[in-house]
Design a binder for this molecule. Sequence first.
Ligand code: ADP
Length: 532
Amino acid sequence: MLGMMQDWEMRVSALLDFAASEQPEREIVTHWADGSLTRTNWRGIRHDALRMVQALRRLGIYPESRVATLAMNHAHHLTAWFGVTGAGCVLHTINPRLFDDQLDFIVNHARDRVLLYDAAFQPIVDRMKSRWPTIEHFICFDSDEHCPAFEDWIGAEDGKAFWSTGDEHQPCMLCYTSGTTGNPKGVLYSNRSNVLHTLTMIAPACLAIEPRSCVLPVVPMFHANNWGLPWACAATGAKMVYSQVNDPDVLCRLMREEQVSHVGGVPTVWFSLFQHLDETGVELPPIRVALSGGSAVPASVVERLMRGGVRVMQAWGMTETSPIATVTWEPPEWDTMTFEEQVAYKSSQGRQVCGSQVRIVSLDDSGVEMPHDGTSAGALQVRGPWTIRRYFGEKDDATGSGQWFDTGDVATISPAGVLRLTDRTKDVIKSGGEWISSVELENAAVSHPDVLEAAAIGVPHPRWTERPVLVVVRRPGSALSPEELLGFLSGRVARWWLPDAVEFVRSIPHTGTGKISKKDLREIFCDYRLPA
Ligand code: ADP
């Protein structure tokens, strides 16, 4: 027997229909690279997205074709999110910071047929065009110098069209992970997975995005389903603010002038924001919610945000989990917790959201489930309706639901269910048969006021297999010595975790998504000799 409720396919176009019907005037503001500001609203985005549906159909771009974007955050890009998916096509957001070989690989692997790009990325297009034979049409978002301009292209249409309809399991979006080893891998989201992810995201226990919210996604639109923010804003008709420049001065001004309530960004966004506030003496704008993810946010940053009255929502997830899987929702005892306890909890990776389950299994490949005791570390696995089943192009062996996805992260889970990431499986430092968490070493180091950034890597050791070396970027003008920093760390981490050496460097390499690249760092330190 089946339930007898209506079949209503969950498609992302319905989210935009809601926004345009309930909050047609709610604005989408773009701060462009040249400093100019433009405003449209949800009614305008829907009209333009429908015109884009017509323009795609006119080009013969049929449903399920891949349409790529190579663009920063702006309202035209948002239109393309809904135009492409509304035509039943698959939106492939490309990270312009990838290397040429990766750009070559993903466009050909996705078989992209159309590319919409920012004029700023014309050099990439010129360089890569001959290596991208599948692309039939190039459209530029903001110039008509080399190909049709977006506004002219959709300007020929009247918007009297309908969204593509069909099974909610049909794909709507494709994102490639940066692939620290091997080629990038494609994650193909379905309409259904994105709508379900959206419904959880906007809930009070998650981000509490609501019709009166104003959201500034600093996270780039090509990163991990853009953390689900465009879908969540459409589902509530929230106001959106985009900035093409991530200068903290501009971001602060936008937060204040546009009355931003929610900001989503990686920890470096918060670092540079506070650095800017310290330098200028300006106060933290009155935002309500700070969504932080992508890498661990240090307790010092959490504390400062909380002292500014901000609800810190650290989330853990990955491209493969749409991305939100856990978040620091407040438990019932929240109001009786001390401020220090609250900061400590908000500095964790939080607890599973309804619709996403996590567990840890033994690191030794036996697959034995590890206890949730807050100290046993294990390989983190996740499952749920917005977790990946297979990578794009991989054979689907239809094992059905209920399988666990290996995240490549290492974590502990407390009896209450609080997740703490201790490492990536590739980055754990194995010393004398025990595991040292590089992440905990780094977190302890960056809580020193003179440390701007820190990364711990394992280097070979004849007796202990590996020992940690801490690579540190000091605050400009600081004379912090290795001995002082080690003294600061002792008492904060176990004695045998203390790094064998501290190396001060000018900068630490980052990946295309702005995370510390341990792979590059290990290469730089491949000949490193520990002090005797
Ligand atoms: P990429 O792998 O391309 O950098 P992802 O966004 O998919 O992009 O990266 C996911 C990884 O980022 C996670 O597996 C985890 O290691 C890390 N990560 C995400 N959120 C957090 C967080 N809140 N704290 C610590 N690490 C995080």
